[in-house]
Ligand binder design. Sequence first.
Ligand SMILES: C[S@@+](CC[C@H](N)C(=O)[O-])C[C@H]1O[C@@H](n2cnc3c(N)ncnc32)[C@H](O)[C@@H]1O
Length: 213
Amino acid sequence: MRLRHKPWADDYMDENSQIVVRDPFNLKDKWNDVFNKEQPLHLEIGSGKGQFIAGMGKQHPEVNFIGLERVKSVIVGALKKVLDAETENVRLINEDAQDLRDLFATSEVDHIYLNFSDPWPKSRHEKRRLTFHTFLDQYKDVLKREGAVTFKTDNRGLFEYSLSSLSQYGMVLEDISLDLHALDDPLNVQTEYEEKFSAKGQPIYRCTARFKE
Ligand SMILES: C[S@@+](CC[C@H](N)C(=O)[O-])C[C@H]1O[C@@H](n2cnc3c(N)ncnc32)[C@H](O)[C@@H]1O
């Protein structure tokens, strides 16, 4: 992703602090308070420019969504999309998902989405992959018992690694698709990366996984 320095990013986020939550660590266990309605909470890690989270917000008014994105110059794109979508059920956090347990209480989250996560192909960077077991420990803690993780990617290596990491962890894998777009799922909300890679003819992989009780 090409990054441009955006000196106005902090001001833009401050002006729209009803969407970009500026004190997210104080909201652990209180996320419902920042939404107008108490309803299930879905989290996307690495929201990029926000097409997925804004689209999901619009498609599912019965769910509250949080998009977590660590890069300031990228999250402002997501902020614009959320504002344009005029949806009340999406909030953004400009932080690194180092430890979700600092942001969310045990069982506070209902669903986690990992969309086109950075693949970190070198083995020495394995622990940075968002499906590495230390991340799964966090997801298990913050998700409700019946909660799930859904991931999509165009990267076959990351997909294979993730299936193996999740199943070795003891998660139950559901809905594995090796060519998501062949399903023509009208409910699939595409991300920016998904559109880009799919336009190049690359298959999109998707899987949902749950922790065993
Ligand atoms: C390859 S991009 C995909 C963006 C978007 N999900 C899409 O599909 O178009 C991955 C994004 O995840 C963000 N990211 C990666 N690791 C992260 C972390 N630990 N915490 C928050 N954001 C992260 C990156 O900054 C980047 O914007």
